[in-house]
Write a protein that binds this ligand. Structure first.
Ligand SMILES: Cc1cc2nc3c(=O)[nH]c(=O)nc-3n(C[C@H](O)[C@H](O)[C@H](O)COP(=O)(O)OP(=O)(O)OC[C@H]3O[C@@H](n4cnc5c(N)ncnc54)[C@H](O)[C@@H]3O)c2cc1C
Ligand code: SF4
Length: 332
């Protein structure tokens, strides 16, 4: 057992101040990922700053129809929120597709966003891993890659981001509100996450001393329909092989798609916003043929590893099925 200290933050400012004083302190949300990593020896912080009990537990509607979600809102509470269920069904479904009821009762919004990859080598400290131990090598390349990336990977790291919730938030154009010693900042979720490049140890652009205090999502466009679909090895309690969060808006009284927002999970180091597919769909009729063209366009850039080639076809089929479900909903 490696000893560590515990500090329960009295306010967001207190957390930021304590972090600034201690370079090896880390923030504790529900602890469902961090504490596992401490047990496995993946991380060994000298101080845990508990932010799970800060008054950041509100889900509030903005006057413009958007939503602000406190960083300490539990995954279960967010999934069950009536406004989230009615207006952001893809978000509610993504949350409910993740982990288990017990874990969702503890896991926080910020902690979920910042959970680390489930690459088995990252969690096994007896194996080389550039993300855990920069410069040591990547055991996944040539190893077990069923859950690994097919888009945006690098020779240094082929891991995927594991969060279901982050995929839905990426599709919804969410922003993350941060607090640090300079005050509050707001950044797009799309800019929060990084591709591995030659610094795979960095999952995000956050620096030490930055606390996530909230997530904001804009109002969905009028007439939007959205869904989340997750393909995994077991029906529950399993991470995504591939997942899709998608939203379609059709011209009133017509089959033409006026806007489409799509993000993939399980395929890259970050939630993968499918801009190419969105471009193909915009202005197209909502047909199976257009869905397949959009899926092919996005996955044309895929670069699978020996052992996960199946994910290219799986991602295309999952996107088509998700889009089809939205048109079926619409015609009900
Ligand atoms: C068996 C199992 C199955 C799972 N299955 C799934 C799944 O299918 N899909 C899925 O999406 N997830 C799954 N999870 C992961 C689970 O969703 C995460 O463990 C959880 O969301 C993490 O939230 P937390 O609050 O417990 O974070 P913690 O473990 O407390 O923290 C995670 C990270 O976030 C940082 N952090 C916490 N709060 C803040 C803050 N306010 N500001 C800045 N940094 C912060 C911590 O320092 C740490 O680095 C699974 C987990 C387990 C154990
Ligand atoms: S894929 Fe990334 S996380 Fe996994 S072993 Fe390679 S460097 Fe480590």
């Amino acid at each position: 057992m490696i000893p560590f200290e515990y500090h329960r933050a009295s306010s967001a400012q207190d957390a930021v101040t304590v972090l600034a004083e201690r370079p090896d302190a880390v923030l504790l949300g529900g602890g469902t990922n961090l504490v596992d990593h401490m047990k496995l020896g993946v991380v060994a912080p000298s101080l845990l700053v508990d932010v799970s009990r800060l008054p950041l537990t509100d889900i509030t509607e903005d006057p413009d129809g958007g939503l602000r979600i406190g960083a300490a809102v539990r995954n279960s509470d967010l999934a069950a929120d009536p406004v989230v269920r009615a207006r952001y069904p893809a978000l509610s479904r993504a949350l409910l597709a993740g982990a288990s009821g017990q874990l969702r009762n503890l896991a926080t919004t910020a902690g979920n966003l910042l959970q680390r990859t489930r690459c088995v080598y990252f969690q096994d400290v007896s194996t080389p891993c550039n993300k855990r131990d920069p410069g040591s090598g990547c055991s996944a390349i040539g190893g077990y890659v069923r859950y690994h990336a097919i888009l945006g990977a690098s020779p240094q790291c082929v891991a995927t981001h594991p969060s279901d919730m982050a995929v839905a938030l990426s599709m919804l154009d969410a922003h993350v509100v941060l607090q640090d010693h300079e005050g509050e900042k707001r950044i797009a979720l799309a800019d929060l996450y990084r591709l591995p490049g030659d610094r795979p140890e960095l999952d995000t652009v956050l620096t030490h001393g930055q606390l996530i205090i909230a997530v904001e999502i804009p109002a969905p466009p009028p007439g939007a329909r959205s869904n989340y679909r997750k393909v995994r090895d077991r029906a529950s309690y399993a991470f995504a092989l591939v997942s899709v969060a998608a939203e379609l808006v059709r011209e009133p009284g017509s089959d033409e798609i006026s806007s489409a927002r799509i993000a993939f999970g399980g395929v890259a180091h970050k939630p993968w916003r499918a801009h190419e597919a969105e471009g193909v769909l915009r202005g197209s009729p909502a047909t199976e043929d257009a869905f397949a063209r959009a899926a092919r366009a996005e996955l044309a850039h895929a670069n699978p590893l020996a052992g996960n080639e199946f994910k290219v076809e799986l991602a295309q089929r999952t996107l088509v099925a998700t889009l089809r479900s939205l048109t079926e909903q619409a015609s009900r």
